[in-house]
Write a new protein. Sequence first.
Length: 153
Amino acid sequence: MRLNTLKPDAGSKKSARRVGRGHTRGKTCGRGHKGQKSRSGGKVHASFEGGQMPLQRRLPKTGFVARSSLSHEEVPLYKIASIIKRHALKDVKVDLTFLHNYGIIKSSTKTAKLILSGELTTVIHVHGLPATKGVIALIEKLGGSFNRELVGV
């Protein structure tokens, strides 16, 4: 048996009725009389509403949101500083779980980057988060540590 010799069983496939071949096969061939839908190639597209302004054109356009922006956030240092001050934390380890637990970022956020904005006076240890050069310099100046390895991303 070869692929080019395969055939369906005899009688299992019924040939389609060939309409429009003269008076024995029907004059209009099930298309009715006249009109756009009776002509060859005559179709009405799905959004056509008989000349009424289509729904997708009646509704206002909305903006564009990149999917990547939904899973990434920038975290200014002042937000971390306010959490540390509010909860009287000392020698804090800042990572993605810390930011999630204290509500600094949304639960759907998968990556976060620390940016220099505001003041920080306590020592923090950053693990697995990218940061700007200014943040890294400030953390190391205060005596904290900055681990650049991305963990759990």
